[in-house]
Design a protein around this ligand. Sequence first.
Ligand SMILES: [Zn+2]
Length: 107
Amino acid sequence: MLYIGPDDVPGSDDHEGYVAGRTADGARTGIWTDPRHRAVLAYHAACECGWHDDVEHPPDAAGHAAALRAFVLHHFAPVTGRPGADPARHFLPPWSAAVPAPAPALT
Ligand SMILES: [Zn+2]
């Protein structure tokens, strides 16, 4: 998620957030992987600068949304000094938040 708020935030282009997933072997998915398409045990907020949140969320829709909010609250706001940044209004959502998750495969 990229900051698109009403005022210029110097350096904000260096902090594009995303939702990462933690796999069973402890690996983390990267910025170009939609963790909703992977077998992950948890979601957490991450940033292209290399930051990863310590707080994990369940790997479901609510957990995905919570991780996006956590990026703003736990990383973007402290790093940029913008505690009032609103995750819903001041950020372009990542494509993974705008594209619905695939339906579970029928077996
Ligand atoms: Zn960052």
